[in-house]
Ligand binder design. Structure first.
Ligand code: SAH
Ligand code: SF4
Ligand code: F3S
Length: 452
């Protein structure tokens, strides 16, 4: 075993699941006596928690890894780890490509880091990518924020969207029990956290794999039930959840969000395409009409709710007219935010093998046109905040202007206002919005800080 003074570094790529996994792995390393190093070049354990959702995400990993592999020739006791989705996808091939690696570990193995590292320190080169039952985490995560926290509720994904690697790399759905989730949130409340985000790749699938039905025959563990079960945890002021799938989104869930005061009025529901034939080729299991009905229903209950989504342009075979249906959906619904991407063929997914792939030119042209429309619509939607008083949960200093702090509205809009972070961190402040941009706001506090 190495000594206590040694340092580790983690770089995280990809989505919120990876961020949450990294925080748990950092917690395990600290528990083992390792200390955080911001600079990877000063660290004795370097861990890359990787993403393979698109090709450019994967390529980024190889360039970072190359540098550390070189360093290892001068410093042979450097321990080099690749975790996350590239690790799961490439497995042993990664060792062939980068023989300097000590440990390749898939996302399901994150909580086993201590066990795996001990095998590495005993002189083994390890690949841990076999599917396993994810063990409950017993170590405290080292969380990046002291105000907001991720809480995993379901791991994996059982959907088979034809473009997506996630089911291959994250495995089948595994829900945590409501009791384990509530216990984690109660601990967060005691530690002073104010906001939690419940996480799952397809969070609406929560509970499907848990036993139990109610007297009426309804399954008792749904996301809606979970919200009712955790919403009163003391200290927690705001509850968010992501990512929602339109196929499973229910009115019961919308009603719960409307009824439960802590659940924030922000919904992240990817639609991927505004064209029914493309949706069918993607195997998404809903139509654009159904998607519109969901958004209409949300706005019926909560007219001011923020809606964000993901969309893909240039899916194999997408015609200009089909792409225009996506533009039309965006123009009609007006999103507060949209994550857009050009389709990237991924190994091991059905759509990558189809012959009707589009050229990079067509994809990037469509991406630009969509992004332009998104910015125009978001700027218009942001206008509704002008002059309004919004409740901001202060998270941090504005890195670009230290006289300001930053936080978010309940609807997840990033907001800056003048103030001292030492006094305001973790507080809910009423802020009058004075400046409106497409994706952020600026304001002035209107009341003396209220202790949350
Ligand atoms: N579980 C979520 C999203 C997971 S991946 C859902 O079902 O919507 C995050 C986003 O990456 C997806 O919403 C999709 O827009 C994008 N994405 C996934 N695979 C992709 C691919 N092969 N090419 C381009 N974008 C992709
Ligand atoms: Fe991927 Fe579809 Fe699962 Fe989302 S629901 S993670 S897009 S397979
Ligand atoms: Fe990327 Fe894996 Fe998340 S592929 S988007 S890090 S689930």
């Amino acid at each position: 075993m190495k000594t206590n003074s040694r340092r580790y570094h983690i770089t995280t790529f990809g989505c919120q699941m990876n961020k949450a996994d990294s925080e748990r792995m950092a917690g395990i390393l600290e528990d083992m006596g390792w200390q955080w190093s911001e600079d990877p070049n000063q660290a004795d354990v370097v861990l890359y928690n990787t993403c393979t959702i698109r090709d450019n995400a994967e390529q980024k990993v190889y360039s970072y890894l190359g540098k550390q592999a070189k360093r290892k020739h001068e410093q042979p006791d450097l321990t080099l780890i690749v975790a996350g989705c590239v690790a799961q996808q490439e497995g042993e091939q990664l060792l062939r490509r980068v023989p300097e690696l000590d440990l390749v570990m898939g996302p399901q193995h994150a909580n086993r880091l201590q066990d795996l590292l001990e095998q590495v320190f005993a002189g083994n080169q390890i690949v841990a990518t076999e599917p396993i039952h994810i063990v409950e985490d017993i170590t405290k995560p080292r969380r990046d924020s002291k105000v907001t926290a991720w809480v995993n509720v379901i791991y994996g994904c059982n959907e088979r969207c034809t473009y997506c690697v996630v089911p291959n790399v994250r495995g089948t759905e595994q829900s945590r029990t409501p009791e384990a989730i509530r216990t984690e949130i109660e601990e967060l409340g005691r530690q002073g956290y104010k906001e939690i985000t419940l996480l799952g790749q397809n969070i609406d699938a929560y509970g499907r794999d848990l036993p139990g039905t109610t007297e009426s025959g309804r399954h008792q563990h749904t996301l809606t039930d979970l919200l009712y079960f955790v919403h009163d945890v003391p200290g927690i002021e705001r509850i968010r959840f992501a990512t929602s799938h339109p196929r499973y989104f229910t009115e019961r869930l919308i009603r719960a969000c409307y009824e439960l005061p802590k659940v924030c009025e922000h919904f992240h529901i990817p639609f991927q395409s505004g064209d029914n034939e493309v949706l069918k080729a993607m195997a998404r299991g809903y139509t654009q009409e159904k998607y519109r009905r969901i958004i209409d229903k949300i706005r019926e209950y909560m007219p001011d709710a923020a809606i964000s989504a993901d969309a893909i342009v240039g899916f194999p075979g997408e015609t200009e007219a089909q792409f225009e249906n996506t533009l039309k959906l965006v123009a009609d619904l007006g999103f507060d935010r949209l994550n857009t991407a050009a389709y990237s063929p991924r190994p091991g997914t059905p759509a990558a093998l189809w012959e009707n792939q589009l050229s990079e030119e067509v994809k990037s042209d469509r991406l630009q046109r969509l992004n332009h429309l998104v910015a125009v619509k978001a700027a218009t939607r942001s206008q509704r905040y002008a002059g309004r008083i919004e409740e901001i949960l202060v998270e941090d200093q504005n890195p670009k202007d230290t006289s300001q702090v930053m936080g978010r509205t309940r609807t997840n809009h990033l907001t800056f206002f003048p103030g001292n972070i030492d006094e305001l961190k973790g507080k809910l402040i009423q802020v009058k919005i004075t400046e409106v941009r497409a994706f952020s706001l600026t304001g002035e506090p209107v009341y003396a800080p209220v202790l949350a």
